[in-house]
Design a binder for this molecule. Structure first.
Ligand code: EPZ
Length: 417
């Protein structure tokens, strides 16, 4: 169990670099097994989820080492196609190994993935797409056995732009016979990053970032090299923390376009924001205004992953904010904990209404999930007195040395292991 100790009331001040993206790193690590080769990945964050992905690689017979921000993988020794439940349950992204394994071995045996409990998280779109590509899939309880002597390219229409399904199809399609066209594909920056890595591997992929992605084959290179993009949700979290606590921060090495919807609402709340193409400066006097109505949506809409941290930033914002969560059915698990700080939030189904309060008072909280835990940290920084968050390892799944990063900006926070 980890304990986050936060003494709120200090303004944040200073500059920091933003870590590499967790959600870009994980599918790229899975993709490294598509063909026997070495991969060098730079700017990979040191996180529990990354560690779990590397352990899956080693279990499959690959070598995988992380030294600082660099990860070196050699997948030439891959000797298995089954991932045990104990590894699958550690994170959601383990499901992306399905597409990679079937591309390399023609079969994959795994169980339903773990990850944050955000309501039902089916993988029907992943399975349906692989079936359309010729895979034979048996489901037995939580176990999945997926087989295809040779996948064939297909035209796949996704009824919803699922990030994970788009990634799984892209990986499986690399070694399929013929061209695969994904229509209704997710357009997230992490999909563009995956395309970049696959190209460096020798795959012919185009269209990522638009709704149509085309994969037409793979001529393996000797080595794939890739630099992981900055984490737009961590950037959004630090921006929300500065907005709530007040102060001036500069986020370096980020692409402001990738979290522009979050910056838009922080600006509407009263923060001044100056963006260049590689940095964002945010100024806040800590006296924010409610932003009215906002809804989460697939990229380029407002990201569901930033919803809890923006909510936390607006707990003291004068007036009303109404959030509609359209992506996950249960992404308000942080709300009862935020109320314990004195927040005025009511939830009805997918809609949360927040009325800004004068003051929040630190108390003992329990982290519910990754972004919910991050929201509690943001709220704690804007509360009077001490907040202690009891966390069963949720936040460190996605935030690298977050206590140190916030301390470097002047926050009074430390993490007790
Ligand atoms: C990715 O999850 C991210 N995870 C999530 O980040 C993020 O919240 C999500 O995309 C949306 O942006 C990783 O990249 C590792 P989806 P993923 O498939 O791929 C439904 C975080 O905090 N759906 O786009 O699981 C699903 O139930 C995490 O870092 C189906 O119905 O998201 C959900 O309601 C949390 N059937 C919606 O689509 C399917 O087969 C979005 O899911 C697949 C998805």
């Amino acid at each position: 169990m980890e304990l986050w100790h936060i003494r709120g009331g200090r303004k944040l001040d200073g500059a920091c670099f933003v870590q590499g993206s967790k959600n870009a790193s994980l599918p790229i690590i899975a993709a490294s097994i598509i063909c026997p080769m070495r991969s060098e990945l730079m700017n990979v964050p040191q996180l529990r989820d990354v560690d779990a992905a590397l352990r899956i690689l080693r279990h499959l017979g690959c070598s995988a080492e992380q030294g600082g921000g660099d990860v070196y993988i050699d997948s030439s020794g891959l000797s298995g196609s089954a991932i045990p439940h104990s590894l699958m349950e550690e994170m959601r992204s383990s499901v992306i190994f399905m597409g990679a394994l079937i591309a390399r071995c023609g079969e994959a045996r795994l169980s339903l993935p773990g990850g944050c409990q955000l309501g039902k998280r089916p993988i029907d779109l992943h399975l349906s797409a692989l079936r359309q590509m010729g895979a034979d899939i048996e489901e037995d309880g939580g176990e999945i056995f997926c087989r295809a002597s040779k996948l064939r390219g297909a035209e796949i229409l996704l009824p919803f732009p699922s990030v994970g399904a788009t990634e799984n199809i892209m990986l499986a399609a690399c070694t399929a016979k013929g061209e695969t066209v994904i229509r209704g594909a997710a357009r997230e920056p992490e999909i563009v990053a995956l395309q970049g890595y696959l190209r460096s591997m020798g795959a012919q992929v185009q269209g990522a970032g638009s709704g149509t992605v085309v994969i037409s084959g793979l001529r393996p290179e000797k080595q794939a090299v890739c630099r992981i993009i900055p984490d737009r949700i961590v950037a959004a979290t630090i921006a929300c923390a500065a907005a709530a606590a007040g102060g001036q921060v500069e986020l370096r090495g980020v692409d402001p376009e990738q979290f522009s919807t979050v910056l838009h609402f922080l600006n509407q709340a009263g923060c001044d924001i100056i963006s260049t193409n590689r940095s964002v400066r945010l100024f806040s006097d800590g006296k924010l205004q409610g932003v009215g109505e906002l809804s989460t949506a697939p990229y380029p809409g407002f990201p569901t992953d930033a919803q809890p941290v923006l909510m936390a930033a607006l707990l003291k914002a004068q007036g009303r904010t109404v959030i509609t969560e359209t992506i996950f059915e249960n992404r308000y698990r942080q709300v009862p904990e935020l109320r314990r700080l004195g927040a005025d939030i009511s939830v009805s189904g997918r809609v949360a209404e927040i009325w800004g309060v004068e003051c929040l008072h630190g108390t003992a909280l329990t982290a519910t999930d990754l972004r919910g835990g991050a929201a509690m940290i943001v709220a704690g920084l804007a509360s009077q007195g001490e907040t202690v968050i009891c966390d069963d390892g949720h936040v460190t799944r996605g935030y690298e040395r977050f206590d140190m990063r916030l301390r470097s900006l002047g926050a009074d926070i430390y993490l007790e292991y």
